[in-house]
Design a protein around this ligand. Structure first.
Ligand code: BG6
Length: 481
């Protein structure tokens, strides 16, 4: 299959930090269909060779094992091209069309790795240029909008130019291998399904913790905040994967229909429940990896006195027969104690214990980061006779080790899916809008509440109120159990 892949925002951070390295991995693993062309477009005037040299330099900043050798880069660079493009100029789109028609590849994937406020303009111009024929796909990078209204406006324009099956809205968390495993675990095995419900599960916790701060993205982040940056998309997408009903087929719409139902079943927030069930925080000075670090408001390009949240913890429920009354706790933040992304399914304790003092409930931990794997926590007998006791043990599946040769990073996987036209792991517009609809009352309540985010020291697990939120139901976050 022949393909052309065009990156709008070809000199931007996302392109060189994530997309090109992912594409290079696909190339190195022999997964990129042969004979494709990759075109970066951006504002500056430069030759293909200059762009290649620039990108080669950028690759020096990529994690060691993922860096190409000179010989590998030379082969990869053969596919790379660069064109200057002013996104407001219709004739530049016409030139892009000519470039794409030189070869008429089976598919042309147009990846919008630009600031999202440009999406409507780019899509409209693509439509005017006739760059929306069925072989063309458009990939839209998050954040898709700032609120429901802006997301709807982007979707309106995208839909006026492309059909839904041509629109690939990326949420890179869906490309993480553990999310694939979650699908396999739930729908490829009979073991868990009977237990996957309110009768057996006490609560579910989704933690997306980062140890890094906002780095150089202060201006973007300050307009965004953790709720829009991580909860509206990544955390909610994981929640849908955990809570959805078994889809009837392994196809994009069957899966996305079920995910949408979950989003529609989430308990709506009111001003009162936001105050009770949502905790927002902002990091102050503290430590990261043993080194002192500054607080959020001292970060570069962050305005003094900013009220932007760098941490959110919330409690919600999925209001349907399977999940009624089961708390789902979501938590994410920057400058937390560790980089740790996991989903913890806490089962209910045994109804009657014959081992006094030992009634530790089972839990299933799906680790997304830093390692990718699955742990099933059980109790087992330890010692003999009078000394016999129960001790916690865990069945530990390390997918990184088990399937080392087949591990594919999130962006690599999603880029290959976009080229192949597989939509299963991309977000449909109605899902995305429903997620905005659900988070909006939180944004509204915060905009009226002048107390602002609660402070927490960098290097901790966030404000104490986040622990209290879970403790109120008689539970504890995973690291406190
Ligand atoms: C991005 C957010 O979507 O996800 C970033 O904009 C965040 O703020 C990143 O750091 C986290 O992704 P990962 O894959 O490193 O956990």
């Amino acid at each position: 299959m022949s393909f052309d892949l065009v990156f709008f925002g070809g000199t931007g951070d996302l392109t060189w930090r994530k997309l090109m390295p992912a594409l290079f991995q696909a190339f190195r693993h022999g997964k990129l269909p042969a004979g494709g062309r990759i075109l970066a477009v951006a504002r500056d005037e430069q030759s293909d060779d200059k762009y290649r040299a620039w990108l080669k330099d950028r690759f020096q900043e990529v994690e060691g094992a993922k860096r190409p050798t000179d010989e590998e880069f030379a082969r990869f660079a053969d596919m790379l091209h660069y064109r200057r493009m002013d996104l407001s100029q219709p004739e530049h789109y016409a030139k892009l069309k000519t470039w794409l028609e030189e070869r008429n590849a089976d598919t042309a994937v147009l990846y919008l790795a630009t600031s999202p406020h440009l999406f409507p303009q780019i899509c409209e111009q693509l439509g005017v240029a006739g760059l929306n024929t069925p072989r063309i796909r458009v990939v839209l990078e998050k954040p898709l909008g700032h609120d429901l209204k802006s997301a709807q406006e982007i979707n309106r324009v995208v839909r006026s130019v492309f059909s839904e099956t041509q629109a690939f809205r990326i949420d890179h968390y869906l490309g993480k291998p553990s999310v694939q495993n979650l699908m396999a675990l739930r729908f490829g095995n009979a073991l868990f399904e009977p237990l996957w419900r309110r009768e057996s599960i006490a609560n579910i916790q989704i933690t997306l913790a980062e140890a890094i701060g906002v780095g150089t993205r202060g201006d973007f982040y300050d307009r965004t905040g953790a709720l829009r940056d991580m909860v509206q998309n990544h955390a909610l997408q994981l929640l849908t994967m955990i809570a959805m009903e078994p889809p009837s087929r392994n196809d994009a719409d069957a899966i996305r229909d079920e995910k949408l139902k979950v989003l529609r079943s989430l308990k709506p927030f009111t001003e009162e429940s936001v105050g009770r069930d949502v905790v927002r925080g902002q990091y102050r000075a503290g430590t990261a990896g043993g080194q002192p670090v500054v607080g959020y408001s001292q970060e570069v390009k962050v305005p003094a006195g900013s009220q932007c949240e760098t941490f959110v913890a919330l409690r919600t429920e999925v209001q349907n027969w399977r999940w009624a009354g089961v708390p789902f706790y979501l938590r994410t933040g920057k400058r937390l104690a560790a980089r740790d992304a996991q989903i913890v399914v806490n089962f209910r304790p045994t109804p009657h214990s014959i081992f006094p003092g030992h009634n530790q409930p089972n839990k299933l931990v799906i680790n997304l980061q830093p390692e990718d794997g699955l742990e099933l926590h059980l109790l087992a007998a330890k010692g003999t006779g009078q000394q016999e006791q129960l001790a916690p043990v865990s069945l530990d599946l390390d997918f990184d080790k088990a399937f080392a040769e087949n591990r594919v990073g999130a962006y690599e996987r999603l880029l290959l899916d976009a080229i192949a036209g597989r939509l299963n792991l991309f977000v449909r517009s109605d899902e995305q809008e429903q997620a905005w609809r659900w988070v909006e009352p939180i944004l509204d309540a915060w905009s009226k509440d002048t107390t602002g985010p609660r402070p927490y020291a960098a290097g901790t697990w966030g404000p104490a109120a986040a622990s209290a939120l879970v403790a109120r139901d008689g539970f504890a976050w995973s690291e406190e159990q």
